[in-house]
Design a protein around this ligand. Structure first.
Ligand code: CA
Length: 330
């Protein structure tokens, strides 16, 4: 089983235990080579509340994962709003993603059309991909193919990510978001969950227009991301590259990131305008952001991937799929 560009969902790439991982990004590149992603500089324009982005940029630098164990004094909350940055009891730092709206998608691929306006409520998001150290401390095992305590955990399926979210919630005395039998998410719970696809793209774009979530476009990818040109064929420790304007690291590249949503190829045509949660059901779930194995063309803010949510055979889980968590901001 393998991750695949969602635009070619009908074509499964099989990956064997002998490690001959087939880069799905090459398939994505083939499908898009005749129709290179269209820059949306003029058509994608974030609006409204992005003054908050400027404030977030003040805390944007990436750095060591082991940051203060108490809420950061450099980004305190106010009587009118939550802290812009918190260090959680389980270790990872989270940053506040302010409420706002943006134009989601791209006209470049069938499943990313149409570009549509979406509003997103405020939420906290992990500054980094979940590391192997954090995952092992909570779950008691490290499934990653390529070991490294500060590297992102990989070979985790969507269902593993849900279990981690609940374990992290319980470890911090929060209400778990997931019913692990039905896989339903309680968005009202105060615990950890995966980001919706809309939250992920909004956070990745961070108030910028274009394909990549930073104004330099593809030319800036090496500064912000580990991808095929610079990753030396494996993921790298988190937080080494420049953060985006919200202060998030490695959104593009390093490992793909599971989202909460079931994948719906035509979902954007019927998506609600406010806090969309994806289809009610599906066969596969969404991944975003591209990975260390991907070309620059495949590491865009809008490119959609999907994969089987459950673990059918541990040895074929992808070594370039990981995740990060979000939780309510109030
Ligand atoms: Ca990533």
């Amino acid at each position: 089983m393998s991750v695949q560009p969602a635009t070619v969902a009908s074509r499964d790439l099989k990956v064997g235990c002998r490690g001959q991982l087939v880069c799905p990004c090459s398939l994505h590149r083939l499908t898009s080579s005749r129709r290179h992603p269209t820059r949306q500089t003029t058509e994608v324009r974030t609006v409204a509340t992005f003054i908050a982005v400027v404030a977030a940029a003040m805390i944007a630098g990436c750095g060591p994962v082991g940051e203060p164990a108490a809420p950061s004094a450099e980004a305190p909350g106010t009587p009118d709003g939550p802290a812009r940055r918190i260090a959680t009891a389980s270790g990872p730092v989270m940053v506040l993603i302010p409420a706002g709206e943006f134009l989601m998608g791209s006209e470049a691929e069938p499943d990313s059309r149409p570009v549509h306006r979406v509003s997103v409520s405020a939420f906290y998001m992990d500054k980094h991909e979940v590391t192997q150290e954090v995952y092992e401390r909570l779950m008691g095992s490290n499934p990653a193919r390529h070991k490294g305590p500060q590297d992102p955990v990989e070979r985790v399926r969507w269902t593993d990510a849900l279990r981690f979210c609940n374990a992290r919630s319980q470890a911090e005395g929060l209400t778990p978001c997931y019913d692990l039998k039905t896989r339903k998410c309680d968005f009202a719970a105060d615990g950890y969950r995966l980001p919706t696809e809309a939250e992920w793209e909004y956070a990745c774009r961070a108030g910028t227009a274009g394909d990549y979530g930073f104004e330099e476009g593809a030319a800036g990818l090496a500064e912000h991301a580990w991808f095929k040109d610079n990753a030396r064929r494996r993921h790298q420790p988190v937080g080494q590259k420049s953060a985006n304007a919200f202060g998030l690291c490695d959104m593009l590249g390093n490992v793909r990131e599971w989202c909460n949503d079931w994948y719906g190829r035509d979902y954007y045509a019927a998506s609600p305008a406010a806090d969309p949660h994806g289809p009610e059901q599906g066969e596969k779930t969404v991944l975003r952001g591209g990975a260390f194995s991907c070309t620059a063309e495949s590491c865009t803010a809008w490119a959609r991937y999907c994969d089987e949510p459950g673990l059918t055979d541990a040895c074929v889980a992808s070594d370039d799929s990981g995740f990060r968590c979000v939780r309510r901001a109030k």
